[in-house]
Structure formats: C-alpha cells, structure tokens
Design a protein around this ligand. Structure first.
Ligand code: ADP
Length: 149
C-alpha cells in the first residue's frame, strides 16, 4: 500500500492543491492531507473549516488530519516515507528543495514533487486570503468555497 503525505498550511486549500492531490492519486493508493497547525500563529480559516472543506472535495482514498510539529514525525506516525509537495515555479523549487534535503537528513524520508496544472499555477493561498478579507469572490480559486465561509 503506497501512502503519500501532503503537508501544508492549506489556508485555504486551493484548486492548485486539489489538482496536485488528484494527479497524485494516480500514483498512490492513499493520500493523507496534513494541515500544519502552528499554535503560535492564528490561521485565517479555522482548522475545523479547513478540514471540513478539504473532506468535501474527495470521496475516497484521501484523508485529512491536522498536526503540529515536524513533518517527519507525522510521517513516522503514519508509517509513510513519502512526502508529497507541489511546484508552481522555480521559486517554489528552490524553497522546496531545501526542505526536502533537510527531511532526508532528519529521517531519510523522500519528497516527491508534482508540477501544478498550468491553469492553477498563479493561485496562491495568501492572495486568496487577501481577496476574501476584502470581500472578493474566491470561488474561481477554491472549489466548494461556500464551505469555508
Ligand atoms: P506551506 O505553508 O507548507 O508552503 P501551502 O499550503 O502554501 O503550504 O502549500 C502546500 C504545498 O502546495 C506546497 O508544496 C506548495 O508549493 C504547493 N502549492 C501551493 N499553491 C499551489 C498551486 N497553485 N499549485 C500547485 N501547488 C501549490
């Protein structure tokens, strides 16, 4: 059974994140979407809303959890050695590369990168939050956005 862990803030989970998971389901038996929670930082959308929203998007083979602490500890908990991340551009790659090397050093866990769907490569959670905070419609960027609001 091949299980991949997709960690992130997902504040909110956008169509870009969604397309990464849908593509990954071709290669993994199960994907665990793991919402990283930082007790010292308040997220824009609550953890409960983010969990309910992501759960509404997938019928099977995907589960959603929240976690605090190191992603490698989460991987140990679920006995999954594969971390999944998405790439939009070379800036993402440079940042993701450092994290992936450190996770390899920390615990020998590998990271698999999937390139975003070209239609969603401009979507960025922090801009989506900004639009929402200013009363804009985020439904072009987030499927089932009504569940978040
Ligand atoms: P983090 O705070 O861990 O970077 P994010 O929720 O911003 O969490 O992103 C989680 C993962 O999804 C990261 O690997 C990021 O590069 C990727 N990602 C973010 N936006 C997109 C997008 N539009 N298309 C594909 N991947 C994306």
């Amino acid at each position: 059974m091949k299980v991949g862990i997709f960690p992130g803030s997902f504040d909110p989970f956008t169509k870009g994140h969604e397309s990464i998971v849908r593509t990954a389901l071709d290669f993994f038996d199960e994907i665990i979407i793991a919402i990283g929670v930082n007790s010292k930082k308040t997220a824009y959308f609550s953890t409960d809303k983010r969990i309910a929203h992501i759960k509404s998007l997938f019928k099977e083979r995907v589960s959603v959890v929240d976690y605090e602490g190191l992603t490698v500890d989460l991987c140990r908990k679920y006995s999954s050695p594969i971390i999944l991340r998405g790439l939009r551009d070379s800036k993402d790659f440079e940042y993701e590369k450092s994290i992936a090397f450190m996770n390899r050093d920390l615990a020998n866990f590998e990271t698999i990168f999937l390139l975003t769907d070209i239609h969603f490569s401009h979507i960025n959670s922090s801009i989506v939050r900004e639009i929402h905070a200013n009363g804009g419609d985020i439904s072009s960027f987030v499927t089932n956005a009504n569940i978040l609001v």
